[in-house]
Design a protein around this ligand. Structure first.
Ligand SMILES: Nc1ncnc2c1ncn2[C@@H]1O[C@H](COP(=O)(O)OP(=O)(O)O)[C@@H](O)[C@H]1O
Ligand SMILES: [Mg+2]
Length: 398
């Protein structure tokens, strides 16, 4: 890095922050973060400023859509009044989120969930992403080994997916089919005929979201199943990248039903295989094998294997061991502290690291899962769970 690079990064981040706080899609993004974020995570010095932005964003996106608006969206999507298709549409939304609103309805005698996208959002997001791409382009010059443009392009494509419910229906159908006969996991089937860019109709799921389950063994089991669902997806070719404790429900039949496929990504078989080899190498504490796997993934040169192993062992601490360990906010903070206490080792690896764009969303999937589980506090033998999920896919979930 040259001397003025920190300043340039700072300037870029300032522009990104301005886009995030002043554009419609930036507000949506912040509102989503606010819904997930534990205020304790924000460093004390930033808390007042950040939480102000987050609250404004939440307020601006919490306004429910009026019934007429919902009906107009349905009519436009279906080319006929909603009442022609539905037996009944519950006027009270069951959920109002920054991006969408969900109503319960009855279709051909069966209960369904109707998700409608906030109007105008997808066009606004498209515009804002162009701005953001422009603002972030200089990052590519500052961090050339990261191939920033490919990463920004990948992020843009995946983010746009989230504002297309027709795409979401296709992804959800793939999950629903693959899990149709699974003993403990399920995904509601979408009604393809009624899917559109702004509308998604799915089987209704009765159940209690993990976020509302009392602490105890039942919640632990549900959380571990959610982990197996997300991680195992890598082996199945598709990962849910938006793990959310509100969107994973324990059903009366004792299954874990997962909702909300806005953010998902394809995983090539070769990538899953190499990720499994990397985790196996870590479990065996083989730096050389880790180097080979990380090189195969395009993340680090093979010679960095032993250094990567050492840093991972230090950073993960007990979380990286064989014994069941509690993953919670303190444990995550500990990982951060231990990485910070090894500045030389981490910077050296960072300088040698690459991040191929195809890994961006799988990493997001893992990050989002980790954050969700840590908010809850979940105990498991993590390396073993990850290794088993990458090896056996959803068959590992019981
Ligand atoms: N098929 C369904 N059955 C029951 N409730 C649902 C269903 N789909 C969505 N919901 C409810 O609506 C909420 C928001 O839906 P979700 O798809 O997560 O929207 P968003 O993408 O905006 O987060 C969910 O957390 C859940 O409470
Ligand atoms: Mg959701």
């Amino acid at each position: 890095m040259s001397a003025d690079e920190p300043d340039r990064i700072e300037a870029i981040l300032r522009v990104a922050a301005r886009i995030a706080t002043t554009t419609p899609s930036g507000r949506v993004l912040l509102a989503r973060i606010a819904a997930q974020l534990d205020p304790d995570w924000v460093p004390e010095a930033m808390r007042a400023r950040v939480s102000g932005h987050l609250e404004t964003a939440l307020d601006a996106t919490a306004e429910p859509l009026r019934r007429e608006t919902v009906e107009a969206i349905l009519q436009q999507a279906w080319g006929a009044p909603a009442s022609d298709e539905l037996d009944e549409l519950d006027p009270e939304p069951v959920a109002v989120t920054p991006t969408a609103q969900v109503h319960r309805a009855t279709l051909a005698g069966a209960p369904v969930a109707i998700k409608v996208l906030r109007p105008g959002l997808s066009a606004a997001v498209r515009r804002d992403l162009v701005l953001l791409e422009g603002a972030l382009a200089p990052l590519a010059a500052v961090l050339p080994q990261l191939d920033g443009l490919a990463l920004v392009h990948e992020a843009r494509e995946r983010i746009l997916d989230e504002f297309d419910l027709e795409h979401e229906a296709t992804v959800q159908r793939r999950f629903a089919r693959a899990l149709r006969r699974h003993p403990v996991l399920s995904v509601p089937a979408p009604v393809s005929r009624l899917a559109g860019e702004q509308v998604l109709v799915s089987e209704w799921v009765d159940g209690t979201p993990i976020s509302r389950m009392p602490a105890g063994p039942e919640r632990e089991l549900a959380a571990v199943r959610l982990a197996g669902f997300v991680l195992g997806g890598a082996r199945e070719g598709v990962m849910h990248a938006g793990a959310d404790l509100d969107d994973a429900l324990l059903t009366p039949a004792g299954k874990l039903a997962v909702l909300d496929f806005g953010s998902a990504c394809a995983v090539p078989a070769a990538g899953a295989e190499l990720a499994q080899q990397a985790v196996d190498a870590f479990v065996r504490r083989s730096g050389d094998a880790l180097g080979t796997a990380l090189d195969g993934l395009g993340l680090l040169p093979p010679a960095c294997g032993p250094a990567a192993l050492a840093l991972l062992e230090t950073a993960l601490g007990e979380l990286g061991g064989e014994a069941p360990t509690r993953l919670d906010l303190d444990a995550l903070a500990g990982v951060g502290r231990r990485i910070a206490s090894e500045p030389a080792g981490s910077l050296e690896l960072l300088a040698a690291a690459r991040l191929p764009a195809e890994h961006l969303w799988p990493l997001r999937a893992v990050g989002q899962l980790g954050a969700a589980l840590a908010r809850l506090g979940v105990t498991a033998a993590w390396p073993e769970l990850v290794a088993r999920s990458l090896r056996d896919g959803w068959a590992a979930v019981s």
